[in-house]
Write a protein that binds this ligand. Structure first.
Ligand SMILES: Cc1cc2nc3c(=O)[nH]c(=O)nc-3n(C[C@H](O)[C@H](O)[C@H](O)COP(=O)(O)O)c2cc1C
Length: 330
């Protein structure tokens, strides 16, 4: 019997596949389907900090006082009717409760946030509703030229949220930090239970006929896994928390590589939009077939086998310049 189980955020997962936060995880029917086709856990569609802050006038001011960058992200706040907001919060809590009642896999709630303002008290409602964990999608915008200390804001958000709840908290970040390796290690020592590397940033495109900026592709491509795989290989034996790989995981080979690099789990989104939720089953079959071919009975037998520490030549992961020796190209 093949053991695909993994430990992520202190939760026992029956296999390493988590469906990441997206439209597919925003309603119960899809969540049931996600469980039916074999995923080990689900991250609910995020609720946004702006949606949580109810009393626009008072709380916006408080938010501004707490995080100097808040006002740059709150442009939607004025447009959200307060009543609709309360309804939205209740719906989110209801979704957690009904998912916990109807499926057995862990339910990870998700908040998209940019400051450590009053929204953090909502984390308590998320916990009380029964969520198994809370993922924070901390979405500070690297195009912002005025804000200076994103790292400080992120550490403050984590501190405030950890003070509210006992359930495991994970943090999903993007990859645009000046000293990414050190910051990931620092984050892993804050008391969070896991990191999701990395969120996929929205990427606009340019139309060469109209000269206009246009919407880019919403979904990742199958070669995009390379980036998170590299950082997971580099950091998996240095961090003090679980790691989930995210972005560009479309095929079972990418799942295998992420686990070889040292990931405890993978989060998949675009591949399910492209192939349907049923595709989770194909991915699991591919993983099992490969394990059988290699003579592995459990994930533990190969997790981290190709991390930077264990691989023959760690410089392959560390190099940032192209060199003939490493690329084989003149
Ligand atoms: C349609 C769509 C909606 C998404 N919504 C959210 C969201 O609400 N919260 C979040 O943290 N990530 C969200 N994401 C990002 C995904 O969770 C994931 O990090 C990203 O798509 C990269 O994974 P992938 O390459 O498997 O798609 C969304 C992605 C897509 C495509």
């Amino acid at each position: 019997m093949m053991d695909l189980s993994s430990n992520y955020l202190g939760l026992k997962l029956k296999n390493p596949i988590i469906v990441g936060s997206c439209g597919l995880t925003s309603n119960l029917n899809e969540i049931k389907k996600i469980e039916k086709f074999g995923a080990a856990a689900v991250v609910l569609k995020s609720i946004f900090e702006e949606e949580i802050l109810k009393d626009a006038e008072n709380q916006l001011q408080e938010a501004k006082d707490n995080a100097f960058i808040y006002d740059k992200y709150s442009e939607t706040l004025d447009y959200i009717d307060l009543h609709l907001k309360e309804e939205r919060l209740n719906d989110y809590i209801k979704l957690i409760k009904s998912a916990k009642k109807e499926v057995l896999i862990p339910i990870i709630a998700s908040v998209n946030c940019v400051s450590a303002s009053e929204w953090v008290s909502f984390a308590k409602r998320i916990e009380a509703a029964g969520a198994d964990a809370l993922e924070l999608n901390i979405s500070l915008n690297p195009t912002d030229l005025e804000s200076k200390d994103f790292e400080k804001t992120i550490l403050l958000i984590i501190k405030k949220v950890l003070a509210q709840v006992k359930i495991p908290v994970s943090v999903k970040i993007n990859n645009t930090f000046t000293h990414l390796a050190q910051f990931v290690i620092d984050l892993s020592n804050t008391g969070i239970s896991g990191l999701v590397l990395f969120n996929r940033a929205y990427t606009p495109d340019i139309d060469i006929n109209t000269f206009e900026a246009v919407q880019g592709r919403s979904f990742s491509t199958p070669n995009a896994y390379i980036h998170s795989m590299r950082w997971i290989a580099l950091l998996s034996d240095k961090v003090n928390c679980s790691l989930a790989a995210s972005t560009g995981i479309h095929m079972h080979e990418a799942i295998i590589k992420q686990i070889l690099a040292g990931a405890d789990a993978v989060q998949i989104v675009s591949a399910l939009y492209d192939n349907g939720i049923e595709y989770i089953n194909e991915l699991l079959k591919g993983l099992e077939k490969w394990m059988a071919e290699k003579g592995f009975n459990s994930l533990e037998q190969f997790k981290g086998k190709a991390s930077s520490k264990n691989v023959g030549n760690p410089a392959v992961f560390e190099r940032i310049q192209f060199m003939k020796y490493y690329s084989g190209i003149n």
